[in-house]
Design a protein around this ligand. Sequence first.
Ligand SMILES: *Cc1c(COP(=O)(O)O)cnc(C)c1O
Length: 491
Amino acid sequence: MIDRPLELLSQNTDADLDPRDWDALRSLGHRMLDDMVDHLRDLRQNPVWQPIPPTIRERLRQPLTVEGEDPGALYQRFRDDILPYGTGNTHPRFMGWVHGGGTPLGMLAEMLAAGLNANLGGRDHAPIEVERQVIRWAADAFGLPKTAGGLLVTGSSMANFIAVLMARGAALGAAARRDGLGGARLTAYASAGVHRCVPDALDMAGIGSDALRLIPVDATFAMDTRALATAIAEDRAAGAVPFLVVGTAGSVDVGAFDDLTAIADLAERERLWFHVDGAFGALVALSPTLSPKVAGMDRARSIAFDFHKWAQVPYDAGCILVRDEADQIATFAAPSAYLTPGARGLSANAPWPCDLGPDLSRGFRALKVWFTLQAFGTERLAAVAERSCSLAGHLAARVEAEPELELLAPVPLNIVCFRYRAPPAQADALNTAIVADIQEAGLAAPSTTLIGGAVAIRAAFVNHRSRAEDADALVAGVLAAGRALVQNPLP
Ligand SMILES: *Cc1c(COP(=O)(O)O)cnc(C)c1O
């Protein structure tokens, strides 16, 4: 509880938004900090997730005040109405989709970045150097050459989109920025397990999502590179212009890796832009035991990946890397009298990030990445990925040992797809219900996916807080929910 109302705001007609009473603001800030540190320390004692009660949802739909409210009271509403009803991805038993867990240090870095309120679109200031340093570290970690560049973006969806635009420019030349596709029938290639943001990127780039050929996968869920070669040849024969191949490093469904070396060879022969979507999987490059999975990634012309997944940087922090920064500049730089870098003063320091991507105003995402990478070092971040994979192995073994459960896909990385056995007509509905029951009980948060058309319970280990006991709790929860549903069948 906040003990006293805080006279933090000047009375309404005053246009100065700083606090009248700085000490009151300071104590509110300390209070927030203490509460959030306690919250993160005690995560395990809370439900992973709970539904938002209707009264609270209603409060979150109220119109905006005209007069302003007391910040202490607002903070109390944050504690009552928002804090308990998050996604749960900070919690050790969150295993849904692919979500990072964040760190307390990352939270503090976010506060510092907000205090600086830096705009990283351009100009000469240290925050831009911090972002460049982070990009350099990533390019080095993935084996890209000194010509490499990149940008922090919201996530891999945006990073993949930027890669498609760069590949389009490389295929059609700079004039395409002005003239559009000019009737060229560009075609792109990716495995059938590619993330949906890749067809979306082709759509947004004006190329159309149908231009993406989905290449079948083999038994390991990796792209069949012979089928890829055939598809490229067929498209060329039909008068299309193959321009891009996307290799997936860590597919969202099962965590599969395409053979990036074979794709690099083919892309070189066929003169295609070779892009890697390594949203979470690219980070295995940090681990000596896991890095063979991304052999060949260092030959990519661009790589999309996220710091907000396995690297545990708080949302959002995605990254596009490009082998040659010149490709980025050719795709995005635009002359403008108002925004031209100069030789000295605040407008020096070209190239500005606004000439490397679609955003002009950009926040200081780089600071939380910079703190996280340096505080933990590459070894501990690699250890997070390694433990995620060993937890998946542990869960897979538990599933195989339970007669009521079955694995639905191989477990090459950190993701386990399995289900509660049931007659075919009921299996999908039953497993969908099991996942919802477990989530609503606050016990764990797996998600679902389709494997070969069948509903699978999907557990992806990404959170650095997850332990074997959490995987065990999921197994116990699935068995209990499955048995209860079998006894009291769905209507
Ligand atoms: C998460 C993910 C994406 C999308 O990344 P966002 O950061 O959510 O935009 C793309 N591809 C793969 C393989 C992913 O796992």
